[in-house]
Design a protein around this ligand. Structure first.
Ligand SMILES: [Fe+2]
Length: 205
């Protein structure tokens, strides 16, 4: 082939573990609600910055250090992050990867999370706790979108590698990982039920 692909963008998506997800997700959902009830600073922050929903991003963002349920989640997610880092050919120079932040997101009907990236980390991701049928997925955009200049648009049926957006469905029990610079967003939840997820960042040192 005269043409090869370079500078690829990788996104990882796998079930957290082979079995026992329903029980874990029940425990996590209960704990997420308890955190929302307890975290008044988070509720105040969310009222301004996360309209209609709740996130502990700015108030309780080290849940893996204070809760055994979240510590279990951290341990399992770290296995996936190590695998992803190997696939990215990252040379960690003998250092360890570790979770720096871990927070809860509860999105009732119409709550949305606009386009953003995750600073101060190298791998980020989300674990899905509760995903009502029809709820919004996680939409990623081509990181080169601001450099397309006068390029024509892509065909609707463009091959996956040539698409400028991709939406990963939110599925309870699945973990999605991406490099922290990759911009993403969650469209407004169109269902009448809460969508619950746990997001996290990883660093290395
Ligand atoms: Fe995010």
């Amino acid at each position: 082939m005269p043409i090869r692909a370079w500078f690829s963008t990788f996104i990882y998506s796998e079930p957290l573990q082979p079995a026992g997800l329903a029980r874990l997700n029940e425990d996590l959902a209960e704990e997420c609600h308890r955190i929302r009830d307890y975290d008044s600073a988070g509720r105040r922050w969310s009222a301004k910055n996360y309209l209609g929903g709740f996130t502990s991003y700015a108030s309780m963002a080290q849940l893996h250090r204070s809760s055994s349920t979240f510590a279990t989640l951290e341990k399992r997610i770290t296995t996936h992050v190590r695998r992803f880092a190997r696939r990215l050919d990252l040379d960690l120079r003998g250092r360890q990867i570790f979770m720096t932040d871990c927070w809860v997101n509860i999105m009732p009907e119409r709550a949305a999370h606009s386009l953003h990236l995750h600073p101060l980390s190298f791998i980020s991701g989300t674990y899905y706790v509760r995903t009502p049928p029809g709820c919004s997925g996680l939409k990623f955009e081509d990181p080169r979108l601001d450099r397309f200049m006068a390029a024509p648009p892509r065909r609707t049926a463009a091959s996956p590698a040539n698409r400028q957006f991709v939406v990963y469905p939110a599925e309870a029990g699945k973990v999605i990982l991406f490099e922290s610079w990759l911009r993403h967003e969650v469209a407004a939840n169109p269902t009448a039920h809460e969508r619950i997820s746990v997001s996290f960042n990883y660093s290395w040192s």
